[in-house]
Design a protein around this ligand. Structure first.
Ligand code: GP9
Ligand code: MN
Length: 529
């Protein structure tokens, strides 16, 4: 809501909110079991069986999800002035232990980051307007990744994000998703020196999270939401020596610089994972949430992609909605670049199957990317869509191979596109009905216990995780316990200058009591969003 107020202004927001509430109440009270049956019929018919070669290959491993803010696929393996922009992510992308997806698309609407998070963790679409997290996230019933993994495989769960917990209404929604812990900006040192416009700098987010991460019971499901690579892509001089592009549009030019910084921060984190030993016991998932360069700015970007702004089309805009999706499983040797088409909606069933969790009784709109029955029609929130051969924008069909519009399709092609388009529309409208009518409150998947948000309180996460450690004693599985009840922070090497400038209180920060103090006293991040 804060976010909408910022963008719409308070008057427009009050109106919008009032209309929404009235509409929600009416729609909800009219919800019936036949609405739910329509959704169930679709998702059950659409269900894709796991691939037996892949099912359970990451069973019992920690799952670390890294949200690459505004990161588009074209950055992968891209060279600017002969220099790799993201050398570390490129090395991961090309690694045989990584299942890297070359044709994976973001599917967000106006809810941007929050829509991506929602799709990834529930396999249900966002709303056609606004953010699902903000509009319905407090009241709706969710059957999300943290709850499923906790109930089926005993995972603990946490989110690390260096912005206020209220941004995108996360502090309510995460409880409904079953997240046990949410380390928002109140848990970090948010000296202004440590912040960019959208919160804690990425190198600091990863470094400063370790004192919490190492205390989580394993296996854990942990999500890191980065922010440094966020529009308008500003970065302190002391944080980079990477040379910007020179298209004349400063946000396009600096996009490469902040992406480079994000890449370095992930390398530092991976180095820590390896040194501390977490690495071998984890599956690390990385994804880009949505575009960083908007359609109107793509005209400036065109020349850097070897294209011309004068021949740029809707087809090019749609193709640029690719974002990275990489699943890195140390020890696997059969990874490599996957060509199947898919999107954010497909992540949850894919990951659950890798973790050895049966998804057949859940309501999920996506399908496992590794399944032989995986559906390769990728729906955008505005009903446009992409398939392996065609791209459809506002009813116009483009040939993916040539980028040329097919103005006179054969009857067979026209029929094929029509039926795909019907499927896209049906799927989106069923998802809307599920969300608007809060239908999941009427449905309990086999073996699932509905989440009670009251079970979670994010005020004293550090106290809670240390308490659990204490109670478990020698059976605690946290890294800290396994490390002889000692911190692993010394395994972390970062070149972030802020860590040296704040050295005086660095010692305090890594000790338990002062981080609690910092968390309860700090509202210092008020300028973060
Ligand atoms: C803020 C961050 C940004 O917490 O996740 O969200 P976005 O503006 O990208 O939707
Ligand atoms: Mn985002």
């Amino acid at each position: 809501r804060n976010y909408l107020v910022k963008y719409l202004g308070i008057d427009a927001f009050t109106f919008y909110d009032g209309v929404k509430t009235a509409k929600n109440n009416r729609v909800r009270s009219e919800a019936s079991s036949s609405d739910l049956n329509k959704v169930l019929n679709f998702t059950q018919k659409h269900y894709a069986k796991p691939n037996s070669q892949m099912y359970g290959i990451a069973k019992g491993k920690n799952i670390i999800v890294i949200h690459l803010e505004s990161f588009q696929q074209f950055l992968i393996n891209y060279r600017l002035n002969g220099k790799e922009v993201t050398p570390f992510l490129n090395s991961l992308y090309n690694d045989k232990s990584t299942y890297s997806f070359a044709n994976f698309f973001n599917q967000v609407g106006q809810g941007k980051t929050s829509d991506a998070e929602n799709m990834l963790e529930t396999s249900v679409y966002g709303l056609p307007q606004g953010s699902l997290f903000s509009a319905l996230g407090t009241d709706n019933t969710f059957q999300g990744a943290p709850a499923i993994l906790s109930q089926t495989e005993g995972y603990s769960s946490a989110v690390f994000h260096g912005n206020k917990g209220s941004f995108w209404n996360r502090n309510s929604v995460y409880k409904n998703l079953g997240y046990q812990y949410f380390f928002d900006s109140s848990y970090f040192n948010t000296d202004s020196n440590n912040l960019t416009e959208y919160g804690l700098k990425d190198k600091l987010l990863f470094h400063d999270s370790v004192k919490y991460l190492e205390r989580l019971q394993q296996p854990f499901y942990a999500k890191f939401i980065t922010v440094s690579n966020h529009f308008p892509y500003t970065i302190d001089k002391k944080n980079t020596d990477f040379k910007a592009a020179d298209t004349g549009d400063s946000s396009v030019d600096n996009y490469f610089v902040t992406a480079h910084y994000l890449d370095q921060s992930i390398k530092e984190f991976f180095d820590y994972l390896k040194k501390s030993g977490l690495y071998n016991n984890s599956m690390i998932v990385l994804y880009g949430d949505h575009y960083g360069i908007s359609n109107s700015r793509n005209l400036k970007l065109a020349s850097l992609l070897g294209k011309s702004s004068s021949t740029w089309t809707d087809f090019d805009n749609a193709q640029l909605q690719r974002v990275p999706f990489m699943i890195h499983i140390p020890g696997q040797k059969n990874g490599g670049i996957q060509q199947q088409y898919g999107g954010e909606i497909d992540v949850l069933p894919t990951l659950l199957h890798l973790a050895g969790v049966d998804t057949s009784s859940y309501i999920q709109f996506g399908t496992d990317l590794f399944s032989k029955q995986h559906d390769q029609v990728v729906a955008f929130r505005n009903e446009n869509f992409v398939t392996p051969n065609y791209t459809v924008v506002d009813g116009n069909i483009y040939d993916n191979k040539t980028g040329v519009q097919i103005t006179h399709p054969s009857t067979a092609l026209a029929n094929k596109i029509k039926s795909e388009s019907n499927k896209v529309n049906t799927e989106l409208s069923l998802s809307d009905s599920l969300n608007n009518k809060n239908l999941l409150r009427f449905y309990i998947p086999n073996g699932f216990t509905p989440v009670n948000p009251k079970n979670y309180n994010y005020k004293n996460d550090f106290g809670q995780i240390t308490q659990i450690q204490k109670q478990l004693g020698t059976s605690s599985t946290s890294l800290w316990s396994r490390n002889g009840n000692k911190t692993t922070i010394d395994d972390y090497n970062s070149d972030a200058p802020e860590l040296n400038t704040t050295d005086s209180d660095k010692e305090n920060q890594s000790s338990a009591s002062s981080s609690i103090n910092a968390s309860s006293s700090s509202s210092a991040s008020s300028d973060a969003n």
